[in-house]
Design a protein around this ligand. Structure first.
Ligand code: CUA
Length: 179
């Protein structure tokens, strides 16, 4: 019997496993184990995994934090969305909802900020381009990432988790300015 033909016996699971199949299962298992141990390894020695924190919240509580920050530090507006310049080193709140990231943030280069991100309604994906930082954003939890932008420029936030008919239009912005 070979592993690429249909089983000749009905009670196929009692037939000994073919040699090729054993080899492939072995290769897959070894690869699974390598990837499993690479996860903590990359976290410590690589740049792939963020050391982010997560806390429980509610959409109402989080919305209140965002509104408070916008009221204090708004410096402009773009297409109806406020541009906010929070103080260096402060806690910054960004929300995702159907279908926008709110507000637009203006940060200073080489300064650290604690960015809190949560969703008001649905699962969204925070993907910061072009630096490729990715986070799952779900309602009820706030993700906190300490960011220190090291290049000035305009960054785009792309939603990379399908969230309905307006998913493709769910784009946000972060401006990083030289200080
Ligand atoms: Cu939000 Cu896709």
């Amino acid at each position: 019997m070979t592993s690429y033909l249909p089983p000749s016996e009905r009670i196929w699971w009692k037939v000994p496993v073919g040699k090729q199949e054993i080899i492939w299962i072995g290769i897959a298992l070894v690869w699974c184990l390598i990837m499993f141990f690479m996860m903590p390894y990359w976290h410590v020695f690589g740049k792939q995994n963020l050391s982010n924190e997560a806390y429980q919240t509610t959409p109402a509580k989080f919305q209140a934090r965002v509104d408070e920050m916008v009221a204090k530090y708004q410096v402009g507006e773009e297409a109806g969305i406020p541009i906010v310049k929070p103080p260096v080193g402060s806690d910054v709140y960004l929300l995702g909802r159907l279908w926008q990231w709110y507000p637009i943030l203006e940060l200073e280069k080489d300064k650290s900020y604690r960015i809190h991100i949560s969703s008001m309604d649905w699962q969204h994906g925070f993907s910061l381009q072009p630096v490729n930082i990715n986070l799952q954003i779900v309602p009820g939890y706030e993700m906190v990432v300490t960011m220190t932008p090291d290049q000035a420029g305009d960054y785009a936030i792309v939603c990379n988790e399908y969230c309905g008919i307006g998913h493709h239009s769910m784009l946000g912005k972060i401006y990083v300015k030289e200080n």
